[in-house]
Design a protein. Structure first.
Length: 144
């Protein structure tokens, strides 16, 4: 079945950050916990996620992708990435450079400060150079 935008976003968040508690998923998605519970229940019914008891806290559950959830997420990312790559390739080099600079700023603005690989704001605002070995682009096709 097709996913709503909220369900697709939650699935992407679990894929990127998971396994997650329902509370952490609610914070990432910036939605109320009851809404998170309903979204996860639908994703679980569709076989895309499963709930497991948190081994570190038996009172809590973690939401993680199933193999089907990972397959669906990977398929969607490949489709979106191919679509975007085709359009980016049609841009002239100056416009491509503008897009790369904008992506660094957007990544910094949307980075989770709790993530160890968060984008350095100095790199994003142009005051420092990014790692030349690190490609700038839409590797995971994620986002909301």
């Amino acid at each position: 079945t097709g996913l709503t935008p909220s369900q697709a976003s939650a699935l992407m968040s679990v894929g990127k950050h998971g396994p997650l508690t329902l509370g952490r998923l609610a914070r990432i998605e910036q939605i109320a916990p009851p809404t998170t519970t309903r979204i996860v229940a639908k994703l679980e019914d569709d076989g895309l996620v499963r709930r497991e008891t948190d081994p570190n806290d038996r009172r809590s559950v973690l939401v993680e992708l199933t193999a089907e959830g990972r397959r669906r997420l990977d398929h969607s990312r490949r489709r979106r990435s191919a679509w975007l790559a085709e359009r980016l390739a049609a841009l002239d080099p100056d416009r491509q450079a503008e897009v790369a600079a904008a992506l660094r700023v957007l990544e910094a603005l949307t980075a989770d400060p709790d993530e160890p690989d968060a984008v350095d704001p100095d790199v994003a605002d142009g005051t420092a150079e990014p790692d030349p070995g690190e490609p700038v682009g839409v590797e995971d096709g994620g986002g909301r």
